[in-house]
Design a binder for this molecule. Structure first.
Ligand code: ATP
Length: 299
């Protein structure tokens, strides 16, 4: 059968550096090459090559490293419809048939648009966070309700059906790659797997830059704050934790301008507020990384 045309286009004004994602350039380029480049090629060329668009990708790695961010930006880049984001546990229902129905519903809009518009349909992205949650019990526990089994099966049948619908892209995410049902990872399903790991020093500097953009632009960050230094002091921090660090530092700066009396009030020099190096040092005592810290380093 003739492959349907590509239906995604790159946003004309899209700029890589505007995505607000730090330290994942390599991963992003690789995902783009492996999973999306074909969608911006002329359909006739895609036909000629006899290739099929990738229907699903899996992003895996520790929490707070930017998987959701990445999935959303992929959607924007491909000019897709507002993505549907669901959590694995959210799908599961104790009522018979309800979990499968929940999966079915996720695909309904895309299926309808494809029916109405065919190749003119926009691209629909379905993001499954905590995908492992629906896989957990598959085949492992005889006494289990079998709910997870049937949910995975429903998802598989939907994904296989996507073959005819060229307007759906599924992005699975998990912290537990080992829990993901192998059947989901086969070619034609979630076939491109990308590890999103904790950022290295350069990545951390980029992420800190992103999360301090406003305070730097508005000159409320003191000149003694050195992002290179902070990047070197935040080994094992995830992007989410770096964001937490900036928030914590800001709270220390706020605190200098709070007057505690009978009621708490703001001091008159509030317009002099600046977040300084010491605030970040205090924040470093308060916000610690949860993952990737090895025992030796702690000892
Ligand atoms: P989880 O596995 O817990 O769902 P996740 O990998 O999907 O985590 P996100 O939800 O994308 O993580 O990240 C949480 C927040 O942390 C983001 O909204 C962002 O503020 C910050 N963050 C994480 N990673 C990055 C990054 N690489 N660049 C910039 N900000 C980041």
């Amino acid at each position: 059968a003739r492959r349907p045309a590509a239906n995604a286009i790159i946003q004309p004004n899209f700029k890589f550096e505007d995505m607000g994602i730090g330290g994942l350039d390599t991963e992003f380029s690789a995902i783009f090459r492996r999973a999306f480049a074909s969608r911006i090629f002329p359909p006739a060329l895609v036909d000629k090559l006899g290739i099929q668009h990738v229907k699903g990708i899996l992003l895996y790695g520790p929490p707070g490293t930017g998987k959701t961010l990445m999935a959303r930006q992929i959607g924007k880049m491909l000019n897709a419809r507002e993505p549907k984001i669901v959590n694995g546990p959210e799908i599961l229902s104790k009522y018979v048939g309800q979990s499968e129905e929940n999966v079915r519903k996720l695909f309904a809009d895309a299926e309808k648009e494809y029916k109405d518009k065919g190749e003119e349909s926009g691209l629909h992205i379905i993001i499954f966070d905590e995908l492992d949650a629906i896989c957990k019990q598959r085949g492992s526990n005889r006494d289990s309700t079998g709910v997870s089994d049937s949910v995975v099966n429903q998802l598989l049948s939907k994904m296989d059906g996507v073959d005819q619908l060229n307007n759906i892209l599924i992005i699975g995410m998990t912290n537990r790659m080992d829990m993901i049902d192998e059947a989901l990872l086969r070619p034609g399903r979630l076939e491109v797997h990308m590890e999103i790991s904790l950022p290295d020093e350069d990545g951390r500097r980029q992420i800190l830059k992103i999360h301090t953009t406003k305070m730097r632009d508005n000159k409320v960050m003191a000149s003694d704050v050195n992002l290179d230094e902070l990047a070197s002091l935040t080994k094992n921090f995830s992007g989410a934790e770096l964001n937490g660090l900036v928030k914590s530092a800001t709270s220390f700066a706020f605190n200098r301008h709070v007057k505690v009396g009978t009621v708490a009030g703001v001091s008159s020099d509030i317009d002099k507020l600046k977040v300084n190096r010491q605030d970040f040092m205090s924040a470093l005592d308060e916000v610690r990384p949860a993952f990737g810290v090895n025992e030796e380093e702690l000892a």
